[in-house]
Design a protein around this ligand. Structure first.
Ligand code: LLP
Length: 417
């Protein structure tokens, strides 16, 4: 069970801050994403505290949760944004983030996206290939700007995590091969519309062992030293995101302080501003997905299923990465059962939990799928004609609807006969 300051049981059931989830289900319907804004604020403050002795700038990776209110909650605290597409840039701007606090990533930026980022005046674009550098140079020339760029390095460090979320390994598509760097440095003379301001990496996501960061940062620092000998004045070293969270209480995440105590002494002597791009660790445990038990059934081998009204369309992580999410009954029961918690989608991979001990809740009762603040709503889809759920944000006893539930009309609005 994940019991926190933000999602905790009272005698009346599971609450988000001072609000009963049962009430939210009644008011807004299910499935429903419920986010505690205090949790986001506290996670950001804890992150900032851990790195307070290092000159740095934190850019929330909005891909984790791009809801405008989530972005704004962090922006109001002074946090910047890391965006991965024109769409995410648009969202960050709509949320009120100043362009000079936005950094633009992405292994395959389209020309229109590069032009849009330059027009907005983002802090920097992070380039991932020589061809992309050439494209940014040309587009910057066309729009009459000098583009600030960082080079995303692939440090060839294989962080231990799910293979689908490791990114700093030479097998993967991400970044510029470190061996290519000397050649790229030499080419900057031919790219008159570029200003090299940063070196960047991102080695993966949900990484428990700080040593992977240490190994990759050593490589980044070696390239930083090389850049100095070539006459570049790098202002930013971007370490990326990937810091872990606890999904399964039996596998607690390494506290952020353990990363800070390794990285700060390595990075302070560089005398630059360090950029971090945390996504998950700021938001994952700030939200739950509230879902209703539609039907219970038991088969001839005695296997019990809870069929709920949310599914892989609202949280694809168990299907895609075999991720663990705690599933908790909103109202406590003395008895428990071993059950599979499954959704309504016509795929066998549509489950939240398999053979999990869970309170013996009845049909019509609510379950909370925990840790749904990162990579849940943003990866939702309309598969099976599903309508994306509503999202609410709670702060103490205050509740705000921050995304309306999709309608049937919206499902077909872009289609033409
Ligand atoms: N920066 C870059 C360049 C990234 O690609 C990512 C995540 C981040 C920062 C933020 O990483 P975080 O701090 O959230 O770990 N859908 C997967 C995660 C994919 C992560 C993609 N990149 C999941 O649900 O686990």
């Amino acid at each position: 069970m994940l019991d926190s300051n933000y999602f905790h049981y009272t005698a009346k059931g599971l609450n988000c801050d001072d609000v009963m989830l049962e009430e939210l289900g009644k008011t807004f319907g299910t499935p429903l994403y419920v986010t505690s804004s205090k949790s986001i604020v506290d996670s950001y403050r804890a992150f900032e505290k851990a790195f307070e002795t290092l000159p740095h700038f934190t850019c929330y990776s909005v891909k984790a949760n791009f809801n405008l209110s989530v972005i704004r909650t962090l922006a109001d605290l002074g946090c910047g944004c890391d965006v991965n597409s024109g769409g995410e840039l648009y969202r960050a701007m709509q949320a009120g983030v100043a362009p000079e606090k936005i950094i633009f990533a992405g292994v395959g930026k389209k020309y229109e996206e590069i032009a849009y980022a330059l027009e907005c005046g983002v802090l920097m674009l992070k380039a991932e290939s020589l061809s992309e550098l050439r494209a940014i140079d040309r587009i910057a020339g066309e729009v009459g700007k000098i583009a600030s760029v960082a080079l995303r390095i692939n440090p060839n460090v294989t962080a231990e995590t799910h293979p689908y979320i490791t990114t700093g390994d030479s097998k993967e598509k991400f970044g510029i091969d470190e061996a290519e760097l000397p050649e790229i440095f030499a080419l900057f003379d031919q790219l008159p519309n570029l200003l090299l301001v940063g070196l960047d990496m991102h080695i993966g996501s949900q990484i428990f062992d700080p040593e992977y960061y240490v190994a990759a940062t050593e490589k980044l620092l070696a390239l930083f030293n090389l850049s100095k000998t070539k006459g570049f004045e790098i202002q930013f070293l971007d370490i990326g995101g990937g810091f872990p969270v606890t999904y399964d209480p039996s596998k607690p995440a390494t506290p952020i302080e353990r990363f800070a105590e390794k990285l700060i002494p390595m990075l302070v002597p560089a005398g630059v501003t360090v950029i971090f791009e945390p996504g998950r660790c700021l938001v994952a445990n700030a939200s739950v997905l509230l879902t209703k038990i539609l039907y219970k059934k038991r088969n001839h081998v005695g296997k019990e299923f809870f069929v709920v009204d949310a599914g892989m369309t609202e949280l694809i992580r168990p299907a895609l990465y075999q991720s663990h999410h705690e599933v908790q009954a909103v109202s406590r029961h003395k008895k428990t059962v071993i059950a599979d918690v499954v959704g309504p989608i016509c795929e066998s991979s549509d489950f939240f939990a398999r053979q999990r001990e869970i309170d013996a809740a009845e049909e019509g009762e609510l379950l909370a799928v925990m840790s749904c603040g990162a990579y849940a709503a943003v990866m939702s889809s309309n598969y099976n004609g599903r309508l994306r759920p509503a999202e609410v944000m709670v702060n103490g006893s205050e509740v705000k609807l921050v995304r309306k539930r999709e309608t049937l009309e919206q499902l077909v609005q872009n289609e033409l006969f």
